[in-house]
Design a protein around this ligand. Sequence first.
Ligand code: NDP
Ligand code: OXD
Length: 313
Amino acid sequence: MALLVHLPGLDASPWVEGFRRALDGYPVYGDDDIVPRSEVRYLFAWKPAPDAFEGLDNLKAIFSLGAGVDALLRHPNLPDVPIVRFVDADMTQSMSDYVIAQVTMHHRLISRYQAHQRAKVWTQLYPPPATDIAVGIMGLGVLGEDAARKIKMLGFTVNGWSRTPKSIGGVVSFAGAESVPDFLAATDILVNLLPLTEETRGILNTKTFKGLRRGKLPGGPVVVNAARGGHQVEADIVAALEDGTLGAASLDVFEIEPLPKTSPLWTLPNCYITPHIAAVSNEANGVRYFSEMLTAHERGEPLANLVDRGRGY
Ligand code: NDP
Ligand code: OXD
């Protein structure tokens, strides 16, 4: 029996040491160790390498460092074992913080005041009341639901779009592909918190942007993407920011990460870039969560927060 920590491209040592402390005697290996691969029962992973699963013949479960499991599900040699994704109150709070920061920044026209400040212009612009502005959240799962509730508490009108209908206090629920036009037509600030699946890839495109409500938010509708770069068609975002289809965009994730220096997104004045930090997995919480999961599973208890491979999230 053993746990293998496989985090290519990241510094895995704090996680390996954390798991060793928390699991007290249970064998924990990192990729740099000589790993007895047939003894590995649990794999803790993020963006697995092509040979990540080779020789793991006794694997019982995969633990995902991230809430999103698209990189795992894309792996051509993914073994048929349960996948547990990371669900964590601090991560949820961080994502809601990020969404609140972007939504309130765009609502209060801070982007326009920044341009005025650079030009030393004193012009009073009046943002509409929050109640007149509708925030549309795509994805009402663990992260989207919390963000929706908190944005609602700030006074905004909140629309939510999901696969199945939801009942979240004061949030207008739109469900399924057929409801997209109505959802967009009622939305000024579009926030994406969907998982990346075959159905959601490329969803942030010209057609979507043109479907958003115009006339309420000075400068035009806004898109906030904190989910995955694969959701956005970056050429369409650039064009929409340049021709006024979008007033602004806040992007935390990109088609290619790190965002290449040649990307025009870097220099567009109405594009707000952060380097995939909206909600980073907290190491102490992650070690506790997955150690407890592993220990309970070894006692014969069921795993929680399992990925549904059929749905893709
Ligand atoms: P969940 O699995 O809890 O929620 C997913 C939501 O998306 C559900 O409401 C689901 O609907 C909805 N959904 C899925 N497919 C569709 C579809 N085809 N049409 C409409 N709705 C759909 O995910 P989380 O909230 O935990 O995380 C969301 C994503 O956020 C992650 O997958 C990850 O990519 C991203 N993320 C980004 C981070 C960052 O730092 N930038 C950090 C953490 C996560 P239903 O409820 O009906 O099933
Ligand atoms: C995640 C992420 O999916 O950080 O958790 O992107």
